[in-house]
Design a protein around this ligand. Structure first.
Ligand SMILES: Cc1cc2nc3c(=O)[nH]c(=O)nc-3n(C[C@H](O)[C@H](O)[C@H](O)COP(=O)(O)OP(=O)(O)OC[C@H]3O[C@@H](n4cnc5c(N)ncnc54)[C@H](O)[C@@H]3O)c2cc1C
Length: 433
């Protein structure tokens, strides 16, 4: 009896400290607390889940309903590492989790799952409620500056509180959920990589992924802001086509974006870093063969008067924003009379409509990247627990790991699966000495 009381008194105030209240951190903290652990969640921003709140253009594509094998194919690297975490808390579990918390979900094209309300805030608030209802203590404006260890075992964290004072909190387990370095305004500035490296972990070099592609094409800057639907794009590396995508593609001051370009960016960025040549070929009329397109142009021409301008023909074929750039690309004056347009020029038009080539020379920086590729090497983390293989009691979850996937709800699912698994592992704190 006396012994039990002594043990209780000498127990640390928290069993677990979770660093970062993003998708992974909220899931990890809520899960550990639900399992009876005393959890402290430290978040450097003034609010939880800032990135979740802006995800999916404010609608939050919370997961993807595809079967496991198709899901894994969308994970860029270390899909095998993810398997146990996904088996323990998969996309169906995510759907159940939110629906049980009153967030109605619906499945859209490509099996993407969104809240019916169309509000990412509902997802972020449900995650926060999960923590609050299970008794997680959350401190905002609190930045963790160091993970404390004794030998190869965690014993707490050092942090700077909202008044700017440095404090220390002891615990037996720390879950690092600091995210990557993309969209740093949401709080993810790569602190987790520093913690990991300081503790002897390998950090796979980070680079932007799902990021706009920058083209050197002289016409791109004249296109302005434009979103094209139902286009086909082919990514070529060193002249070899490596990926074909169909769907939405946009132009903006950031570069070529939209789901099609973002999906291609993963390979494009790696190729550019390796110094290889990259180009994107755009088929603006994927539903039409060159023959059918030729016939369509012939019909449009027949309807037009001989004194109408070439620009009018283009206007009938492409969005307004593309008319002048396309005329420039063809080297045909937009105010050329239709009667002067030759068959050879029409053939060139068909050729460009079916395959407009944009050399890709760069990619948008982390500020515009949806996710960060690279991160804490999965080789040094136990996939069945998310615990470091180097430091006992240290866990990683979410984007801080070298895990990233395609657009479509996969990245949040990675955060939920790994966060949940890390949260499941926590044990009541025992005094260290
Ligand atoms: C614009 C945008 C849209 C997206 N849309 C989608 C989508 O619809 N579907 C999808 O699946 N994925 C989407 N993603 C990707 C997805 O949001 C992320 O992969 C996911 O949020 C990563 O979760 P995380 O918890 O690992 O990291 P984060 O969500 O980045 O959370 C990390 C948290 O840690 C905190 N933190 C960092 N350092 C410290 C420190 N030292 N001390 C204390 N706290 C710290 C940060 O402030 C932050 O709150 C989108 C990303 C962006 C940028």
């Amino acid at each position: 009896m006396e012994q039990t009381q002594m043990d209780t008194e000498s127990r640390l105030p928290y069993d677990v400290i979770v660093v970062g209240a993003g998708a992974a951190g909220l899931m990890a903290a809520g899960t550990a607390a639900r399992n009876g652990r005393r959890v402290l969640l430290l978040e450097k921003m003034d609010k939880s889940g800032r990135k979740v709140r802006i995800s999916g253009k404010g609608r939050c594509n919370v997961t993807n309903a595809r079967p496991p094998e198709e899901f894994a194919a969308q994970v860029r690297v270390n899909a095998d590492f993810l398997t146990p975490a996904f088996a323990e808390f998969n996309n169906k579990a995510t759907i159940r989790f939110f629906e049980r918390r009153g967030v109605k979900l619906e499945i859209e094209r490509g099996e993407r799952v969104f809240p019916k309300s169309g509000k990412a805030w509902d997802i972020a608030n449900a995650l926060l409620d999960y923590c609050v209802e299970n008794g997680v203590r959350i401190l905002y404006n609190t930045r963790v500056t160091e993970i404390l260890t004794v030998g190869s075992r965690v014993f707490g964290v050092r942090y700077m509180n909202k008044r700017g004072f440095t404090r220390k909190e002891e615990c037996a387990q720390v879950i690092v959920c600091t995210g990557g370095v993309s969209y740093p305004g949401t709080g993810s500035t790569g602190d987790g990589y520093t913690f990991a490296a300081d503790l002897g972990h390998t950090v796979v070099p980070v680079r932007p992924s799902l990021t706009p592609l920058v083209t050197s094409h002289p016409q791109a800057k004249f296109i302005g802001r434009l979103l094209l639907r139902n286009v086909r794009a082919t990514l070529s590396i060193d002249g070899e086509p490596v990926r074909e995508e169909f769907g939405e593609l946009g132009f903006s001051e950031r570069g070529i974006e939209g789901a099609v370009a973002l999906r291609m960016s993963r390979e494009a960025v790696d190729a550019l870093i390796d110094g290889r040549s990259v180009k994107l070929t755009l088929d603006l009329k994927p539903a039409l063969t060159p023959e059918i397109l030729r016939e369509r142009i012939r019909r449009e021409r027949a309807e037009m008067g001989p004194e109408e301008f070439f620009a009018e023909l283009l206007r009938r074929l492409v969005p307004k924003a593309l008319v002048m750039p396309l005329a420039e690309e063809l080297d045909i004056h937009s105010k050329s009379y239709m009667r002067k347009i030759t068959d050879e020029q029409i053939e060139r038009l068909i050729h460009v409509l079916k395959g407009w080539v944009f050399p890709i020379t760069d990619y948008a920086p982390f500020e515009y990247a949806v996710v960060t590729a690279g991160g804490v090497s999965c080789d040094e983390v136990n996939p069945r627990t998310m615990e470091s293989l180097k430091i006992k009691g240290l866990f990683f979850a979410g984007e801080v790991l070298d895990l990233d996937a395609n657009t479509g709800g996969y990245n949040l699912q990675i955060a939920f699966s790994t966060g949940h698994l890390a949260g499941m592992q926590q044990q009541a704190a025992q005094p260290l000495l």
